[in-house]
Design a protein around this ligand. Structure first.
Ligand SMILES: [Zn+2]
Length: 302
C-alpha cells in the first residue's frame, strides 16, 4: 500500500486495525516455525511460501516460490525483519528477488540481496535511490500505533531506514523469469503505480498481484494511481489463466472470481452506475469509498 498516515478518521486506517487479527483465512494453511518471529510463514501451496508481516499495519505478504534450480522471492517486505536469514532457512537454492513494484513496503529488504528484478520504468528507476543515511521514504511504518508485535532488536524507530539497492534485471512486458521447471511471466499492470506488475506462475496456477489487487480497501485515489490504468490492468488480469490471486497484503490465495468482481465494480463506478459510497479525506485528498463484500475501492472525489 505504502500510502497511509493516521489522518483520515478511520476511513483508511481503522482505529484498532489489529483487532481483525489473526485473520481466520490463514488458518487453512500449514504454519512453518522459523527463527524469525517478525514473519508468520505459511505453506500456501507445495512450492510457495507466504512470508506474512502480520505485526505491522500494512500486513505485507512477500512470497518465496521454489523452482527446480532457482527460487524467486517476490518482494522483500518492509525491511523490518531479517528476510534474508528467513529465506536461507527455507531454501538452499540461489534466490532472485522479483519486485511487484517499487513501493517501500515491497522493497524494504532488497538491499540484502544480490539479484534483483524490477519493471523497467523511469518511476521505478528513481525509487531505487535513497538519501544518505535516511534511505528510501520510511514514513511512520515503525511507530507505536502501526506495530503490535515486538520489533526485532536492531530496529530503532528513531533511526530506522531502508537502503538503496541495485537492480540487476530490468523487466519488460511478457519477460519470463526461469526458475527451472517453472517460470514467472511478467504482466505489466500499472494503476497502483506506473511500474506495477503481476507475475503469472502456470505450474501452480497462481497470479502474484502485488498491490493492484488485494482483498481489502484498494487505493485508486493516491497520487501514484490512475483509474483508467486500473481498468485496463484488471482486464489483462481477468484474461490471464490461473486459479488463485496471490496479493501482497492481508490475505492470500483469493479465487480469481474476486478479481473479476473488482473489474466489474470499477467499471460500474466509472460509468456512474455504482451504488452508495462514503466520503472523507485521506492524506489531504477528498475521497469516495465504495464497499463490497470482499474488498473496497477508494477513489478521488472529483
Ligand atoms: Zn503495498
Amino acid at each position: 500500500m505504502a500510502y497511509s498516515k493516521n489522518t483520515d478518521a478511520g476511513l483508511i486506517v481503522p482505529k484498532k486495525w489489529y483487532e481483525s487479527l489473526p485473520r481466520p483465512s490463514w488458518s487453512r494453511f500449514e504454519k512453518v516455525e522459523t527463527s524469525q518471529p517478525w514473519f508468520s510463514v505459511y505453506e500456501t501451496t507445495p512450492e510457495t511460501y507466504a512470508l506474512y508481516e502480520d505485526g505491522q499495519f500494512e500486513e505485507v505478504i512477500s512470497y518465496l516460490v521454489i523452482g527446480e534450480d532457482t527460487a524467486a522471492l517476490i518482494d522483500t517486505g518492509n525491511g523490518i525483519g531479517d528476510i534474508k536469514a528467513l529465506v536461507e532457512e527455507l531454501t538452499d537454492l540461489p534466490t532472485i528477488v522479483v519486485n511487484t513494484h517499487a513501493h517501500l513496503d515491497h522493497t524494504g529488504g532488497n538491499s540484502q540481496f544480490e539479484e534483483i528484478a524490477l519493471y523497467d520504468h523511469p518511476w521505478a528507476r528513481r525509487r531505487t535511490k535513497g538519501r544518505p543515511k535516511e534511505g528510501i521514504d520510511v514514513g511512520n511504518y515503525v511507530s507505536g500505533e502501526m506495530v503490535w508485535k515486538p520489533l526485532p532488536r536492531d530496529v530503532d524507530p528513531k533511526t530506522w531506514h531502508t537502503d538503496p539497492f541495485n537492480v540487476t534485471r530490468w523487466m519488460k512486458e511478457r519477460d519470463k523469469i526461469d526458475l527451472g521447471g517453472k517460470q514467472l511471466e511478467v504482466i505489466h499492470t500499472p494503476g497502483h503505480t506506473p511500474d506495477s506488475v503481476c507475475l503469472l506462475e502456470s505450474r501452480e496456477r497462481l497470479l502474484f498481484t502485488g498491490d493492484i489487487f488485494y482483498p481489502a480497501p484498494i487505493y485508486i485515489y493516491s497520487p501514484d494511481s490512475d483509474m483508467n490504468e486500473f481498468i485496463s490492468s484488471f482486464r489483462k488480469m481477468v484474461k490471464a489463466d490461473y486459479d488463485y490471486a496471490m496479493p501482497a497484503h492481508n490475505e492470500t490465495m483469493v479465487e480469481k472470481k474476486v478479481v473479476e468482481d473488482v473489474l466489474n465494480a470499477i467499471e460500474a463506478i466509472k460509468a456512474g452506475k455504482a451504488g452508495a459510497y462514503k466520503t472523507g479525506v485521506a492524506n489531504g485528498i477528498k475521497v469516495r469509498r465504495f464497499d463490497y463484500p470482499r474488498f473496497a475501492l477508494i477513489i478521488r472525489d472529483e
